[in-house]
Design a binder for this molecule. Structure first.
Ligand code: SF4
Ligand code: SF4
Length: 383
């Protein structure tokens, strides 16, 4: 069954009040039911998604600074649990694993024994999912879970995932989800969404259910309803967030503009700094390209067919009987942007970018997708 059939409610229902430690009650609730709790945590000076067990594992009092090609953590003096934006990881790595054994062939007593995909049965509680990331998951739902051919591993993992989202109060330096219409407030696609309020000496969350399961959790754990003042305080913070974006881009007609400028020399200019490293595709929460490889052990006893994330920035990715169809870096860069912002719409009815800004932060030379779009618009305005 397609994951698109999951029924999420749009923002409705009452708001609950949670003290910071109440998040642990939610973690325990899911742990006792066999879920892995996956959330943001600090590893090697970056905020990544990993297994956590307590609110103390969150990046408490940690913020981040992001600009093209730059990422660094900084201390905050307010003890915020979610005072940073997205890092190098996305939830894709848990729903669509970077490496997956599709099947294994093993010699046994003169016969060949085939074992099918080894994917474990796992249930996830995702903690701190941002609005842009929910949109990215919904895009993957369409790509991997919709249509005639679906990815059974993705569907199984997705159906066993509970999304505890958090609204963004402070967009980062490379965030532009307001321009893509995918944030900063989560409107749908979550089971529970939190808003973090830190005001004077108060620190609390408001929580709203977005699914029946989310509603059951909030009711079963006995949280009280938020007071009118608490609702107002949270709403004020959320309504101010859109004004804090420093990066904006007008995406009107971007699909048509790119498609009608396939041979424009501007592509060479934009791509001349590109190293073809593929970082942008690895960190992007919606990129789904992969390669399939066969590997054998040295004794010839075991062979495995493996699915591994790949990138349209590698020459081999477009290899077709005798050669690659995208030898130049420019052609690979153009393919990526054209797909994200244009032909994706033809395939899936939406663009493939949610404005998370990861590709801008993690590009070693700081190439900025929003500046690329602006350059095309400027050139066309002058014609
Ligand atoms: S293209 Fe860049 S900004 Fe858009 S979703 Fe991917 S990583 Fe985020
Ligand atoms: S745009 Fe940046 S991150 Fe992407 S392949 Fe080129 S150099 Fe690497």
């Amino acid at each position: 069954m397609s994951v698109n059939k999951i029924d999420f409610k749009m923002n409705q229902g009452k708001l609950f009040y949670l003290a910071p430690d109440d998040l642990n009650k939610i973690f325990e609730h899911f742990k006792s039911r066999g879920y892995k709790v996956i959330g943001p945590t600090v590893v090697d000076d970056a905020i990544v998604y990993d297994e956590i067990s307590d609110v103390k594992d969150l990046p408490v009092g940690v913020g981040d600074e992001q600009s093209p090609g730059i990422y660094r953590l900084k201390s905050r003096d307010d003890g915020a649990f979610f005072g940073y934006v997205v890092g190098p990881h996305s939830w894709k790595r848990f729903l669509y694993p970077p490496i997956l054994t599709l099947f294994e062939a093993r010699r046994e007593n003169g016969n060949i024994k085939i074992s099918e995909c080894n994917d474990e049965d796992v249930k996830f509680l995702f903690v701190g999912v941002r609005a842009c990331e929910i949109s990215a998951i919904m895009i993957l739902d369409k790509v991997l879970g919709g249509g005639q051919y679906v990815d059974p591993v993705y569907i199984k993992r997705r159906k066993n995932t509970f999304i505890l989202a958090v609204n963004c109060n402070e967009p980062g330096g490379n965030c532009f989800c307001f321009s893509t219409g995918t944030g900063p407030r989560a409107l749908a696609g979550y089971d529970i969404v939190l808003t973090e309020v830190i005001l004077n000496d108060k620190h609390y969350f408001t929580a709203r259910a977005g699914s029946d399961q989310g509603e059951e959790v909030l009711e079963d754990l006995g949280f009280r309803e938020a007071s009118q003042d608490e609702v107002k305080e949270a709403e004020k913070i959320l309504s101010e967030a859109p004004n804090k974006f420093t990066k904006r881009v007008d995406l009107t007609n971007v699909v048509e503009i790119l498609q009608s400028n396939y041979e424009n020399p501007l592509w060479d200019k934009i791509a001349e700094r590109c190293l073809s490293c593929g970082n942008c595709t690895m960190v992007c929460p919606t990129c789904f390209c992969h390669n399939v490889e066969d590997v054998t052990d040295l004794l010839g006893q075991v062979a495995r067919r493996i699915r591994r994330w790949d990138s349209c920035f590698t020459v081999e990715f477009s290899y077709i009987h005798g050669g690659s169809v995208r030898y130049s870096t420019m052609s690979r860069y153009r393919q990526w942007i054209m797909h994200k912002l244009s032909t994706w719409k033809n395939q899936f009815g939406m663009i493939g970018c949610v404005g998370c800004g990861r590709c801008i932060t993690w590009c070693p030379v700081g190439i900025d997708i929003t500046e690329g779009v602006k350059s095309f618009k400027e050139v066309l305005n002058k014609i």
